[in-house]
Design a protein around this ligand. Structure first.
Ligand SMILES: Cc1ncc(COP(=O)(O)O)c(C=O)c1O
Length: 457
């Protein structure tokens, strides 16, 4: 161990060598484990009792700190990559993506500017360009990986408003308006709140699909005040895909920015069996898809893509004297395309995985979840006490158990986790409680899902 305290944490020494080995060895074990339990949350009192104070003046030492993490903190976190984690939207990063995430940290890569990170920016851009091509956008389309769908939607809508401001010049409406489905993700309402703009929610039919008629009325009513129309390609609740082609066709009548929120579902467009459901996406002015959802990347990454990246750049480039070197150059700097400045090149784990395995493996893995959702829906239809709330569109399956109230679903869900059998939290639709499987993990199986259905008998 070095005796100079100021450099102890940074020098290469026996101590740091040992620490790095310990952490990499733990990461290797966790990444390659085939029996990682689901685990469950623990109360703060219990965590404090078990771990004691961990931030101290002298430090605990790397081995003890890691042991506390491994044996106390990690087991108090639900394993989101477990094949029976079916709540919210699970995470199912590929082995390549997980392993490469370590490389991203180890290499101190800066992904904000071409000057500092040309190589990684190039790699991320290759992925973004490939995705844009899959979605039918023109060759010039591009963007940036941001933290998640919430920031992706907000950044796109800020760019859309900026474009509308540029178009209108001095003539500004009293209030700006975002047109979206009443079933749009909560992050759109959050963006409106942050931007201090209004939402014009368009009511959908029973099937939850946003259709052009309602959008046309909203566009006619709000005129130039409309920042954007947000269509969802795969709602979180049901996987419902709006009538994007119909909405995009309104561009013949109105001049508006079309933003597609595909945080969860747009990944399905990579699968030949679902591609046809996404007609119209190629007309988007901006779109998002989250690799940490159904593109098998670790948390956290959202691909934000603009049809015309310059519209994103004009809205988001930060200017300051110390940044002149960057902003005076004509380079492609990812920081310029969203609400952010310093950024980790969070698209790299996806790049490495995609480069390693190839696109076809991704198409297969996504298709597996779509097939499985259909199979389990058929099984649900065959069970006497169960009823689908809607036919699955992608890989979300929502169903009800006859006679169950919210308390029954809660007790069942708690028991499943207590027994370490599955993590399935109840959801609801129009005030009626239900159960919901969100399937994105290629290791989730039909038998695993029927075991959960059996527990509802
Ligand atoms: C359709 C949709 N949009 C946006 C989001 C928000 O994404 P994030 O959680 O990455 O911020 C989600 C998250 O589930 C989503 O499903």
């Amino acid at each position: 161990m070095t005796d100079s305290l100021h450099s102890r944490m940074h020098v290469v020494s026996d101590e740091t060598r040992n620490l790095v080995n310990l952490v990499l060895e733990y990461s290797r074990r966790r990444t390659l484990a085939e029996d990682t339990p689901l685990d469950h949350p623990t109360s703060e009192t219990e965590l404090r009792r078990l771990a004691g104070p961990t931030v101290t003046e002298e430090g605990l030492g790397s081995a003890r700190a890691l042991a506390i993490f491994e044996h106390i903190f990690a087991p108090a976190c639900i394993s989101t990559d477990h094949p029976k984690y079916l709540s919210f939207i699970p995470s199912a990063p590929t082995k390549a993506a997980v392993a490469f995430d370590l490389v991203v940290s180890a290499s101190a890569l800066y992904g904000g500017s071409w000057l500092e990170g040309a190589g990684v920016v190039h790699a991320e851009n290759e992925v973004l360009r490939w995705l844009a091509g899959e979605f039918g956008l023109p060759a010039g389309a591009g963007g940036v990986f941001v933290q998640g769908g919430t920031i992706g939607n907000l950044s796109a809508l800020v760019a859309a408003r900026n474009a509308q401001k540029e178009k209108l010049g001095e003539a500004r409406p009293g209030r700006w308006v975002i047109v979206c489905s009443a079933e749009a993700h909560s992050s759109v309402a959050s963006a409106a709140e942050v931007m201090d703009v209004d939402i014009a929610p368009v009511v959908t039919g029973e099937d939850g699909i946003l259709r052009p008629d309602g959008v046309r009325e909203a566009l006619a009513e709000h005129g130039d005040a409309v920042i954007a129309v947000v269509a969802t390609s795969g709602t979180t609740n049901f996987g419902t895909i709006d009538d994007i082609a119909g909405i995009a066709a309104l561009k013949d009548e109105f001049d508006f920015w079309l933003h597609i929120d595909g945080a969860y579902g747009l990944a399905a467009m990579l699968s030949p069996q679902a591609r046809h459901k996404f007609a119209g996406v190629e007309q988007a002015d901006s779109l998002i898809v989250d690799p940490h959802k159904w593109l098998f990347a670790p948390f956290d990454a959202c691909a934000l893509i603009y049809r015309d990246p310059n519209s994103g750049r004009r809205a988001h480039t930060q200017k300051a004297e110390y940044l002149d070197t960057l902003t005076d150059a004509q380079d492609w700097s990812p920081s310029d395309f969203a609400i952010q400045l310093t950024r980790r090149p969070r698209g790299l784990p996806l790049w490495y995985s995609l480069a390693s395995y190839g696109a076809e493996t991704y198409r297969e893995a996504i298709g597996h979840s779509i097939d499985l959702a259909r199979e389990i829906a058929t099984e649900i239809n065959h069970r006497e006490h169960l009823r689908l709330v809607r036919e699955p569109e992608l890989s979300v399956v929502v169903f009800e158990r006859d006679g169950w109230q919210r308390a029954d679903y809660d007790a069942w869900s708690d028991r499943l986790l207590e027994d370490q059998r599955a993590f399935v939290v109840p959801s609801s639709h129009k005030g009626r409680p239900n159960a919901r499987f969100a399937i994105v993990n290629p290791l989730t199986t039909f038998d695993g899902l029927t075991d959960i259905l059996d527990s509802m008998e």
